[in-house]
Structures are given as structure tokens and as C-alpha cells.
Design a protein around this ligand. Structure first.
Ligand code: SAH
Length: 269
């Protein structure tokens, strides 16, 4: 069982969306477990204080090292301990998958201006960011990280294959999806998808994934090239040349495009 422990001053917001749908079902069936630790219960004063004014002055409050340190010590050090923080290394799908190979995670949710630096170093917390923007607390970030991990655990997703072609899994964004009706507001499903020709469909999807990645995420596209193994002559293969030679149908951008005549490959519902 993959174990997530979350240290927070807002224990009531969990499991939240993690209790619904696939994640909730996997929680109920014991594929993963959630242990929510109320940091405030480790405060020792009458008011159960978890924060104090910043040394050196300035706005806001800082989470106290002594209280958070005790909460961490009660949780154990058998799993990676991460602090959700905008200063951290941005979370990636590769890191998510690496985290699920461990027994689980211990996540610390910051609040206020952040946490006392000394508890970060003394307890070896690794800072992980959700992206270059500031949330008001680590709880939503922790939920996002846990959700991303859970859906890669064996037995959580409906079909094992549905995760394999997803965005980031092959260094590409995912191809576009369509479903019935065949024509909606004058827009038709690209004809190739109704052709029943699996080779052509796969080639079209791959080309679309490459096009979207090139257009939207030049950073991912550039990294993809440099991750490819070197050819015997020391050159890097051009990602574009890796494309199958099949003729690619471009998606229809013509709003009046004629609908494809073939039935939907999975039949009518
Ligand atoms: N003063 C801090 C921001 C504090 S926001 C700064 O400027 O860096 C309060 C808490 O929200 C943080 O301690 C962290 O736990 C969480 N948080 C905010 N933005 C985040 C992000 N992009 N990724 C992960 N956690 C974040």
C-alpha cells in the first residue's frame, strides 16, 4: 500500500477531491492510504500557536520550527519528506512516477509566509513546487501531487494502457480527443479517426502530439531531442524523422467540413 501522510493546519480539507472517483475508490480498496496530521496538535501553549512573527521584521507570519519539528518526528522518516513550496523544484511526471516507487510520501503543507528555514534543513525536507505562481497554502499542492501519484499506481486506472500515451509519458503532449456526435456545431471529427485503419490513426495521433508539443511547449520539444540516444555517427536523430512514413491527414479546420461517412469505430451507444 502506498502511504501518503500530510501535515497541515487545515486537516478538515482532506481527503477532499482525493475521496472521489478513481482516487477515492483506490483509497477505499486499500491501494493507497491517507494519514492527515494536524500540526496544531503538536503546539504546547494554551492557544495552540503554530506561527509567529518573522525574525527581522516584515509582513505576515512564519510557521514555527519547534511545532512542525515535533509533528514530523511523530510521523516517522521512512518515506521521502517533501515541503510544498514555490521555491522548490517544479514537479514533473518523471518525479511523480519515481515517488510512487517508494513506500509513499510525507508532505508538509506550508501556510502564512512559509516555514522556519531551520526545520527544512534539520529534517531534510525537499522543497517541491507545483509551478511558478503562489498559492495561499500547500494543501491544494499536496492534493495535486498525491492525485498525480495515485493514478499511476497499478490497479487505479481503468485500462493499464490509458496512462501510457498520456501527456509527458513520452516527452510529448497528448494528441486531441473526439467522441460523438460525429458533427458538432458544423465541426466534424477528423476523418482518419473514423477510417478504422489503426496504422493511419496511430501515425496521425503521433504527428498531432508532435505538432502540439512543438507549438505549445518548445521547452519540452527541445529536451525531447536531446534525450534521444545518439546514432552510431554521433548525431542525434531528428524527432521529425522518427515519424512513420504514412500519409498524415491534417485535422479539419473547415467548419463546413463534410462529416465522415464511416460509423464510429466503437459502435453506437
Ligand atoms: N512567501 C512565500 C509564499 C508562501 S505561500 C514565497 O514568496 O515564496 C504559503 C504556502 O503555500 C507555502 O509555504 C507553500 O507550502 C504553499 N505554496 C504556495 N505556492 C506554492 C507552489 N507554487 N507550489 C507548492 N506549494 C506552494
Amino acid at each position: 500500500m502506498w502511504r501518503a501522510s500530510v501535515l497541515t493546519i487545515l486537516p478538515d480539507v482532506f481527503p477532499g477531491p482525493l475521496g472521489a472517483s478513481l482516487a477515492g475508490k483506490a483509497l477505499a480498496t486499500g491501494i493507497w492510504s491517507l494519514d492527515v496530521v494536524d500540526i496544531r496538535s503538536f503546539a504546547t501553549d494554551r492557544h495552540r500557536t503554530v506561527d509567529d512573527t518573522p525574525a527581522g521584521g516584515g509582513p505576515g507570519m512564519v510557521m514555527k520550527a519547534d511545532v512542525l519539528g515535533r509533528a514530523l518526528d511523530a510521523t516517522g522518516a521512512d518515506r521521502p519528506r517533501l515541503l510544498l513550496s514555490p521555491r522548490g523544484k517544479p514537479l514533473t511526471q518523471a518525479r511523480v512516477e519515481a515517488l510512487t516507487k517508494d513506500a509513499g510520501v510525507v508532505l508538509v503543507c506550508g501556510r502564512f509566509e512559509g516555514v522556519d528555514e531551520r526545520v527544512i534543513s534539520a529534517r531534510g525536507l525537499e522543497e517541491v513546487s507545483l509551478g511558478d505562481y503562489v498559492l495561499s497554502g500547500g494543501e491544494i499542492a499536496a492534493m495535486a501531487l498525491i492525485d498525480a501519484c495515485i493514478r499511476t499506481l497499478p490497479g487505479v486506472m481503468g485500462t493499464a494502457a490509458s496512462g501510457e500515451e498520456e501527456s509527458f509519458s513520452r516527452g510529448l503532449l497528448e494528441y486531441p480527443h473526439y467522441t460523438r456526435p460525429q458533427v458538432w456545431e458544423g465541426r466534424a471529427i477528423p476523418e482518419v479517426l473514423l477510417s478504422g485503419d489503426h496504422g493511419r490513426i496511430a501515425a496521425w495521433r503521433h504527428a498531432e502530439a508532435e505538432r502540439l508539443t512543438r507549438e505549445r511547449r518548445p521547452d519540452l520539444w527541445a529536451r525531447r531531442g536531446s534525450n534521444q540516444p545518439l546514432l552510431p555517427d554521433g548525431q542525434r536523430p531528428q524527432a521529425r524523422q522518427a515519424l512513420p512514413d504514412a500519409k498524415i491527414d491534417a485535422p479539419s479546420t473547415d467548419p463546413q467540413a463534410k462529416p465522415a461517412v464511416r460509423p464510429h469505430p466503437t459502435g453506437e451507444r
